[in-house]
Write a new protein. Structure first.
Lengths: 243, 243
DNA sequence: AAGCCTCGGATCGTATACAAACTGTGCTAA
DNA sequence: TTAGCACAGTTTGTATACGATCCGAGGCTT
């Protein structure tokens, strides 16, 4: 592990369409990892040369990685302006969670029907890792693992289309959380994951769906979306923030 | 309209993450259009130089367009092998329609709540255009317009995340239809679109959802997925087919 | 003093050159 | 005759050079 992101996700939610070159894929993963665990906050510029210098890659490679990230909505690219870590609006945040609330309960139900013992064991390991990270005060890692948990469930459901949707939604949620998360103490509702595992292990698809729905509703509830709604509109406020 | 695809979609389901360069976006649209209306069948190789020669673009541009297409699952890229029009398997076909069946009814319901008169008028125009194309025996155009119809509903619903998912699913469906469509006569069940418009116009969200669900089930029903299921597995069968 | 303009640095857009990889063909040897 | 191999042609992978664009700084004008 010589890379700067030594402790990136273990589940390695593999990108939907594998980048052709291994180098581009590597840069892609590094940047994604940095965004996921909030080392790169929303809005951070990602100049091609600079990124390339960091990872020892040429602009060609970096460009390919950035384009891939932009297709997933984690990076936004403006023509002639370059790439930056995406900065989801309140409306986007709502839309993402709305989509999660439709898709993930269904995915959880399917996962409950198909999960075998090894799957459950893996989920337990992930949850423990998340728990450990939380206890160690490693919030960055905890948030990444929490996302992995959702991705793993999608993987267990064995429906690749949904899995890729969930993957994208989870990644974007990470960005949203870093912008709009309200209660820093109640971190990511780990107990919800435990209950979910139980439902999955016992094959109760209906309950799994219900728990997932509640879990996501809970996450959404932890967001502070209403009051900032008008904030970015006011230029005065933005200037005040700068001074 | 000097382009070879003069009659591409009018709704122009704009790509999710706009390609940075206008040239790349143009190549992207041309290829996508050609895939959508089945001029480029699944499996067709897309060598960078060749595509570039056709559109008078350099490989850099073509590459960017192909990568974008591959992120949407319409083109598959294998490292060192290049790009080809995707060739969805039976399993993928099922997965895509399963996803549509979850997402689109919900989208239709939302659209029913939000549709204004102009929206309904647009849908009617699209349906008529589809109808005309069908009467003129222009199946290529009809299939594109049919996809546009679904995209428009998603646009009306005003939920960008769902809209982009629908867009991707619709595009992939076009590929699936060209491979697995069984009954060539009953083309795309236009009456279903008419009923849907009525439900949307009268704001009956529940009925819109139900109609959409049935419509997609109907599409799925028109696919010939079962018998080919085992075919690609057996090498002997494949060889037998060749002779 | 405020607004406008020009210029310079930084960054992106694109083409292209060269290297690496893969495919298929034809030759050679068993 | 057939298996293996070497080589040539084609296509992709990558770096880089050069031009275009954008943004901000500083000076100039009013």
């Amino acid at each position: 592990m010589t890379s700067p992101v030594g402790r990136a996700s273990t589940t390695v939610a593999t990108e939907r369409a594998p980048l052709r070159s291994a180098r581009a894929a590597s840069v892609y993963r590094e940047i994604l990892g940095a965004i996921l665990d909030h080392r790169l906050p929303p809005g951070t510029r990602l100049p091609e040369d600079e990124v390339g210098a960091v990872y020892g890659a040429s602009r060609t490679i970096v460009r390919s990685a950035l384009e891939a990230l932009s297709h997933e909505g984690v990076v936004s690219i403006e023509p002639n302006r370059g790439a930056a870590v995406a900065h989801p609006t309140v409306a986007e945040a709502r839309a993402v969670f709305e989509a999660r609330q439709l898709i993930e309960p269904r995915v959880a139900a399917t996962a409950a029907e198909r999960a075998v013992e090894a799957d459950i064991a893996m989920l337990r390991r992930q949850m423990e890792a998340e728990h450990d990270a939380l206890h160690a005060g490693d919030h960055r890692r905890a948030i990444v693992l929490s996302g992995d948990f959702h991705n793993s469930i999608a993987a267990i459901a064995g429906q690749p289309v949904f899995a890729s949707f969930v993957r994208e939604l989870v990644v974007r949620s990470s960005l949203i959380l870093s912008l709009y998360w309200r209660r820093r103490e109640a971190t990511c509702a780990t107990p919800a994951h435990g209950a979910l595992i139980t439902a999955l292990a016992t094959g109760r698809s209906g309950e799994a769906a219900r728990l997932m729905d509640e879990h996501i509703a809970d996450l959404l509830d932890g967001l502070d979306l209403s009051e900032r709604e008008t904030r970015p509109v006011s230029l005065a406020d933005m200037l005040a923030l700068r001074r």
